[in-house]
Ligand binder design. Structure first.
Ligand SMILES: C[S@@+](CC[C@H](N)C(=O)[O-])C[C@H]1O[C@@H](n2cnc3c(N)ncnc32)[C@H](O)[C@@H]1O
Length: 394
């Protein structure tokens, strides 16, 4: 996580702009929980048409400025630029920093790196879509994209150096039919229209034997995969882990909307980096392919997530950080940050379903509220949680 530790008591007058980075508000923690006495600030940033937050707090005798975990943006160089611009403008004495941008010889193809809002608001294609989850070194994805120019590929990864490497290769090999997203694959599928995807590749996922809740495959993931897949479209797992293979096979068996095909030591046209490693060690490779046999309704990505008029003073009086738990959703008010001179606030919440919790900020100014960085996805759990939040804030 990019951060800078520095020594300075100087404050800047917000709003201010430096090196194209606009710092537009600074909100201070309200500390409504009994055990929290810390002072923390959230600094609002607008840079390269993106909104995100930085966190400023004490660290021993110094201050630490870092990226806010909830409002992550890609590429990470935007956050680094913002951190550098802030610290430069107060002329601080830097104690530690990991915000030097990479010195890449080849500029990665940023036009193919998309954030999640793009998929909610702008993504359209007449081509068949194919998705690769956890593409790692990108060998399989690049091979597929080169050999299937009529297919729109989407590559999902959470490891930034792998993303940078793939973007470079797209440029070197002049490949134009891949979009890359830095996003947890378990949550991504919700943004894709029903019945549009021809193939989903999950090759050598981390087996997470000790933390099975972190696995890509779950009943919910399979259900979403079946929704986005066309009839006859496939969800393709390839793994060296017998345990993971058994686990996935048991989840996929007896689904009435799909059939499964199992193979052991099947050769593919391209071998990934992990595959090479396991083959050298003489390990078996297991494939389990789920073929979709159902058609789904279109999803509506345009749910109205407005709040109407809210009452911030009343909310402050009654605020609790005890989670509100319903059968199919929950709401947890995590924190509150106030911009007092401006009658504004940031409310940090975690909402939604238990296995896909969503962390968001709600920005409030003059008792008008909206979700910072855009609305939640219109999943049924998020919609129910939002309706309850609306009641709480009224
Ligand atoms: C073991 S590597 C396999 C990489 C590649 N598929 C191959 O065969 O060489 C697993 C990859 O999945 C990525 N990954 C793990 N969890 C993920 C998630 N929830 N969403 C997207 N990618 C994920 C990791 O960052 C890692 O690059």
């Amino acid at each position: 996580m990019p951060h800078i530790v520095f020594n300075s008591d100087k404050k800047v007058e917000i709003p201010f702009k430096k090196n194209g980075v606009l710092f537009n508000f600074c909100a201070k923690s309200y500390n409504f929980t009994q055990d929290s006495r810390r002072v923390e600030y959230k600094i609002g940033v607008n840079y390269d048409n993106k909104d995100f937050l930085l966190t400023l707090r004490d660290k021993d005798d110094n201050k630490m400025l870092k990226a806010d975990k909830v409002t992550r943006v890609t590429p990470v160089s935007l956050v680094k630029d913002a951190l550098n611009a802030y610290v430069e403008s107060i002329d601080a004495n830097i104690v530690f920093s990991n915000t030097n941008s990479f010195n890449n010889k080849i500029e990665p193809q940023k036009e193919y790196l998309k954030d999640i809002e793009y998929f909610v608001n702008d993504f359209k294609t007449d081509k068949e879509i194919q998705i690769e989850i956890g593409f790692g070194s990108g060998r399989h994805l690049l091979y597929q994209a080169k050999n299937n120019p009529d297919v729109q590929f989407i590559g999902l990864e959470i490891h930034t150096p792998s993303i940078e490497q793939l973007l470079k290769q797209l440029k070197i090999q002049n490949i134009t039919n891949v979009l890359v997203v830095n996003y947890d694959a378990r949550l991504f599928m919700e943004f894709i229209d029903s019945n549009k995807v021809g193939k989903i590749f999950v090759h050598f996922p981390v087996p997470w034997d000790k933390k099975p809740h972190r696995r890509i495959y779950s009943n919910e993931f399979i259900d979403e995969a079946l929704r986005v897949l066309k009839i006859e479209g496939t969800l393709e797992l390839r793994t060296d882990s017998r345990k993971y293979f058994d686990y996935c096979t048991s989840l996929l068996t007896n689904l009435n909307s799909g059939r499964i095909i199992i193979d052991i030591n099947k050769d593919l046209e391209v071998s990934s980096k992990y595959e090479d490693r396991w083959k050298k060690q003489g390990k078996s490779i297991y494939d389990v392919v789920l073929q979709c046999q159902r058609e789904d309704k279109k999803i509506d990505l345009k749910h109205n997530f407005s709040f109407g008029k809210i009452d911030l003073e009343n909310f402050k009086k009654n605020i609790t950080n005890k989670p509100m738990v319903d059968e199919s959703f929950f709401i947890h008010i995590e924190d509150l940050f106030l911009i007092e001179e401006d009658n504004s606030a940031l409310i940090q919440v975690t909402i939604g379903s238990f296995n896909r919790p969503l962390s968001k900020y709600i920005f409030v100014k003059d008792n008008i509220a909206h979700y910072y960085q855009g609305n939640p996805l219109p999943t049924s759990a998020n919609i129910k949680a939002h309706e309850r939040l609306k009641e709480i804030l009224k």
